[in-house]
Write a protein that binds this ligand. Structure first.
Ligand SMILES: Cc1cc2nc3c(=O)[nH]c(=O)nc-3n(C[C@H](O)[C@H](O)[C@H](O)COP(=O)(O)OP(=O)(O)OC[C@H]3O[C@@H](n4cnc5c(N)ncnc54)[C@H](O)[C@@H]3O)c2cc1C
Length: 237
């Protein structure tokens, strides 16, 4: 069902709806989106940070990877973590790499509460989560990696999803309600003929090349499914 209420009938569907990145919800920073405030991986912007001070907000693996990538270019990278340590949300190998990288600093028990800048971000206001003490620091950019959510509520009663809403495919699908003799194909969901690709898929790596790869595999699977459906329709009995 489309947003205008119209319905489209089809034999196969590929779901490629990606994820939405969780926002800080700070109006001053929302205004500077793309002008020193970035959500998600720091891929292409990192080079432009050469010699500058930047912050990474978040305490999970994506934040650690972004910080290490930025550290190759920026003068200093400060990771801001609300909790007591990185250990709660980040893999050990990343923590060790961060500790061994001299221009990466970790500030635990700190969160961003405000920011300023006329044409692009100039400063952010940090708050110590224990004492409430605030301090304004100059930064060229902040990279916010505080989680990504798939927008899949509309699939709630239709497809199997994991606890975070990512769509299960292939071997992750439980076979309880599965209606065909064969198991689900690699990118097939719990409904035969419905496929999920890219970031929305449970277990995907959240990279462009992986999403593109999923897409090309799904095309082959759709053809296989359509051929199978045609054969089932013509089979006697
Ligand atoms: C700031 C940022 C930088 C990144 N940098 C890199 C990088 O350098 N290298 C890299 O490999 N990856 C990077 N990534 C990750 C990469 O963008 C994703 O992995 C990739 O785009 C996933 O592709 P996708 O097709 O699954 O989803 P998306 O590219 O997110 O596309 C999903 C599309 O579906 C639409 N949509 C959602 N819901 C519906 C609906 N109900 N109906 C219709 N349409 C809908 C959305 O509007 C969107 O257009 C970055 C991500 C971000 C946010």
């Amino acid at each position: 069902v489309l947003a205008d209420g119209s319905e489209v009938r089809c034999l196969a569907v590929v779901i490629a709806t990606g994820v939405s990145y969780r926002r800080l919800g700070i109006p001053a920073l929302d205004r500077l989106l793309g002008m020193g405030v970035f959500y998600g991986a720091a891929g292409t912007e990192a080079v432009a940070m050469a010699g500058q001070e930047v912050c990474v907000v978040g305490g999970a693996n994506s934040a650690g990877q972004a910080a290490l990538h930025l550290a190759k270019f920026a003068a200093r990278v400060t990771i801001l973590v609300r909790g007591e340590s990185l250990a709660a949300g980040m893999s050990d190998y990343l923590i060790k790499e961060i500790e061994a990288t001299p221009n990466v600093e970790v500030r635990v028990r700190h969160r961003v509460v405000d920011g300023r800048g006329q044409y692009r971000l100039e400063t952010v206001v940090l708050e110590d989560t224990r004492t409430g003490r605030r301090e304004e620091v100059a930064v060229a950019a902040i990279f916010v990696l505080i989680g990504a959510e798939p927008r899949t509520d509309w699939l709630r009663d239709t497809l199997e999803r994991d606890g975070s809403g990512f769509v299960l495919t292939g071997r992750d699908v439980s076979l309880d309600g599965w209606t065909l003799d064969r198991p689900p194909m690699l990118l097939e969901t719990s409904v035969p003929g419905v496929f999920a690709v890219g970031d929305v898929r449970h277990g995907s790596v959240k990279r462009v090349n992986a999403a593109v790869g999923d897409g090309s595999v799904a095309v082959g699977s759709v053809h296989a499914y359509l051929a199978e459906a045609a054969e089932l329709r013509t089979r006697p009995g």
